[in-house]
Write a protein that binds this ligand. Structure first.
Ligand code: HEM
Length: 139
């Protein structure tokens, strides 16, 4: 199985974890319900959040391998993917430190979480989304 195919499969799983983490907290804060529902959504968010972090590790490792292989020969789309991925790692680190270590800053967690979700979706669309589009067009 090629590195690209493994990365695309991991990208689908990452997008699934991002959607689950995103929608669970949007439902918890955006359409509040009873305490039991709020705790259920928070647990779902925690699980999806750690699955997300676990999937980012091999994706970064594969990306680093491609980067070493291609060096400055990256396409504009590849370069954009690299920069957006670096921003995603920075936002993920900020989000984790905010909710785990500096809880007085918890009010920033929703904004950081929404940014994390948007970055994940954009990176997915310009990579896996692009491959699907090009393959479907038979190119
Ligand atoms: C891809 C998107 C996201 C990922 C990967 C993610 C990941 C995480 C992780 C790993 C935690 C720590 C869980 C724990 O140890 O308790 C967490 C907590 C939290 N997240 Fe997210 N998150 C995302 C999106 C969001 C969104 C969209 C919001 C709000 C609208 C949000 C709000 C929070 C809050 C408030 C906490 C702290 C929960 C608590 O301890 O009470 N997150 N998130």
């Amino acid at each position: 199985m090629s590195g690209y195919l493994i990365k695309t499969l991991l990208a689908f799983l990452l997008l699934g974890a991002a959607f689950t983490a995103f929608l669970s907290m949007m439902a918890r804060f955006g359409r509040p319900g009873d305490e039991a529902r709020s705790n259920r959504l928070r647990r779902l968010h925690k699980t999806a959040g750690y699955v997300y972090i676990a999937l980012v590790v091999p994706l970064v490792a594969f990306g680093a391998g491609f980067l070493v292989e291609m060096g400055d020969g990256l396409s504009p789309r590849g370069a954009l993917h690299f920069v957006l991925a670096a921003i995603l790692i920075a936002v993920l680190l900020l989000k984790f430190l905010t909710v785990k270590t500096y809880r007085q800053m918890l009010r920033y967690a929703p904004g950081l979480g929404m940014t994390l979700f948007s970055l994940t979706l954009v990176i997915f669309l310009i990579t896996a989304g692009y491959f699907i589009l090009v393959s479907a067009a038979g190119k």
